[in-house]
Design a protein around this ligand. Sequence first.
Ligand code: RUB
Length: 317
Amino acid sequence: MTTHTHETAEYKQLRQTMDDIKSLKIQGATNVAIFGVEAFAKHAETVPLEDEELFSHLESLVEELSFVRVTEPALRNGLRYVMTGIRRESKEAASEIGRNYLKLIDDAKKRIFKIGAERIQDGSRVLTHCHSSISVGIFLEAAKQGKDFDVINTETRPLFQGRKTARILAEHNIRVTHVVDSAMRWAMNSFNPHMIFLGADAITVEGVALNKIGSRLCALASEEEHIPLYICTSLLKYDQATSIGRLSEIEMRSPTEIWDKDCPEGITVLNPAFETIDRRNISAYITEAGLVPPQSVHHTFRRIYGKQIQDFHQSWS
Ligand code: RUB
């Protein structure tokens, strides 16, 4: 009996992963990349197709998966990495190639946690927004090193990802103060945090970061209160398409996440998921390559990953 492309367990798992990314069961740019690349690579290895049929099937899946959440270049870079690897080697090597990308992410995370933790001292107070696994990883590393500090975090409407951050910190005995998003500037003024740590979903060629809605307000308030703001992220989130002039897209999510059943007729509810943080407001990126100023992100990305991740310029021309 012939197995069809859509019947394998790996294909079903890939579809499930896409649903979980869309619904935010898998949340945060790093996890989106990890789970997306893993499921794609396993499917690529087992799909019962060869040659042209194989590549056209995989390319269409790359297109679909890349835009399940539009503001996620770490996933797109990972899919590009796997496709390049398959073309160079064979589809039989796909899972291993996928694991190599996950290792890049994992190595980057470990380095960022250590480098970021250097910034935290006894008595430090840090403000964060939303749930960034990278920012949280830095806090946990600093706590592991025995540093005594506290964190202020926002609840992050409409889906309350900030509660996840607060829960994890509390579970690790890190003092955390939780406020509503609109109290962000009030919290800066009242508690004088020494610095702000935000994650990133995407980084553009100009060194602009894209992160959860509210991040730009946070950056503007940090300017008013003179608080340094760091973006804690792997350079794998660099959006290569921005270097040929494309704009990084901002995902619009369903209005029902904000106001569902009892929303009266005649009201337009908008739910942008992310916004840009001007590079002017970014003191530095805390990355696997160390602290990187916004204007150096593009060159640092190419220096570190240029050989491993197919250059966007090549694939585009
Ligand atoms: C999460 C968010 C996070 C970044 C970075 O948005 O904006 O700050 O994704 O996360 P969402 P990480 O909840 O819509 O996915 O540091 O884990 O990569």
